[in-house]
Design a protein around this ligand. Structure first.
Ligand code: G3H
Ligand code: 13P
Ligand code: ZN
Length: 323
């Protein structure tokens, strides 16, 4: 059996205090997914430069891609790296879309400070029971837990839902009370990936449902998944250098800004980072076909990621200066 590595030994924090401050301060903490060194470097550089707290998110797929031991050391390294860069920002290591008690437990035992148990595809009763079980174990170790109610359309790891099932405001108080979760992910029309709306369709999310949910659980930390904005300049850059992304559309930054001012205290962004990296790499390889040193294309990709992450923090989430 593996030895237990608690997140506090790694210098990480759970999300409890960060969320309380974010809700009362009217801003959201960035939850950026990572699975390699350059992404992590860009996240830490961006958050240090803007003095923002950060949630480093690891999906099940990322965990098996990058190896859990390496990821844990990278996250611990991020704490030291931030201090080296001159700002000791609070860093959470979070499991994104945990799909079983066993996976959540394993992450808690190997240094994660926060886990998501995504029972959104189960029946309400089964979601409550599974989430409650994870909360009971996690809280013994002072690890915070995110649950989910409602189903996002789009692709999330192995799960595919064709349509949205918006979160039912009438259920949230019961769910939060019965499970003991620390935060709640809701479905209000965001979705995973780079194709969130069809051309011609209205590009808006249901902020009215968010407002209803807030009325039922005032001040309770809310999480938005699928919150990439799919910047069109990145899509155009990818397509100008040999890519084929047709009709990629994201969530407007104005809508996310409005959500961040409410009880939404964690905003998940993965696809925009993928687009920024891909655009930068395609450009270098297209313009310099003789180049074969990975640092020559991963370096510009890292720079582009850092700019993107800083832009989100300052212009969309409002978490700058909150470290
Ligand atoms: O919600 C999904 C995240 O973007 C993670 O994606 O499962 O492909 O790593 P992934
Ligand atoms: P995007 O695909 O919109 O970046 O959402 C990421 C996410 O929700 C990770 O859990
Ligand atoms: Zn998600």
């Amino acid at each position: 059996m593996n030895e237990f590595t608690g997140y506090k030994e790694l210098g990480l924090v759970n999300s409890r205090d960060l969320f309380a401050k974010a809700v009362s301060g009217g801003y959201a903490i960035p939850a950026y997914n990572f699975n390699n060194l350059e992404q992590l470097q860009a996240i830490v550089m961006a958050c240090v430069e803007t003095a923002s707290p950060v949630i480093l998110q690891v999906s099940k797929g990322a965990r098996s891609y990058a190896n859990q031991t390496l990821l844990r050391h990278l996250a611990a390294g991020a704490v030291e790296y931030a201090a080296e860069l001159g700002c000791e920002i609070p860093i959470v290591l979070h499991l994104d879309h945990g799909d079983s008690f066993e996976l959540c437990k394993d992450c808690i035992e190997t240094g994660f400070s926060s886990v998501m148990i995504d029972g959104s595809h189960l029946s309400y009763e089964d979601n409550v029971a599974l989430t409650r079980k994870v909360v009971e174990y996690a809280h013994q170790h002072d690890v915070t837990v995110e649950g989910e109610l409602g189903v996002l359309a789009g692709i999330e790891d192995d799960v595919h839902a064709a349509t949205h099932t918006y979160t039912e405001p009438d259920q949230v108080e019961d769910f939060v009370g019965k499970t003991g979760v620390d935060s709640l992910a809701i479905a209000i029309g965001t979705s995973h990936g780079a194709f969130k709306f069809k051309p011609g369709e209205e590009h808006s999310i249901r902020l009215d449902i968010l407002a209803e949910i807030e009325k039922r659980i005032p001040g309770f930390p809310i999480v938005l998944h699928g919150a990439s904005s799919v910047p069109q300049e990145l899509v155009q850059m990818i397509n100008a250098h040999g890519g084929k992304l047709k009709d990629a559309i994201g969530i407007g930054e104005d809508q996310l800004r409005e959500a961040a001012r409410s009880a939404v205290c964690k905003i998940n962004i993965d696809s925009d980072g993928r687009l920024a990296m891909t655009a930068a790499i395609r450009k270098v390889l297209d313009e310099k076909p003789e180049e074969f040193d990975p640092r020559k294309y991963l370096g510009p990709a890292r720079d582009a990621l850092k700019q993107l992450y800083m832009h989100k923090i300052v212009n969309v989430l409002g978490s700058n200066g909150k470290a």
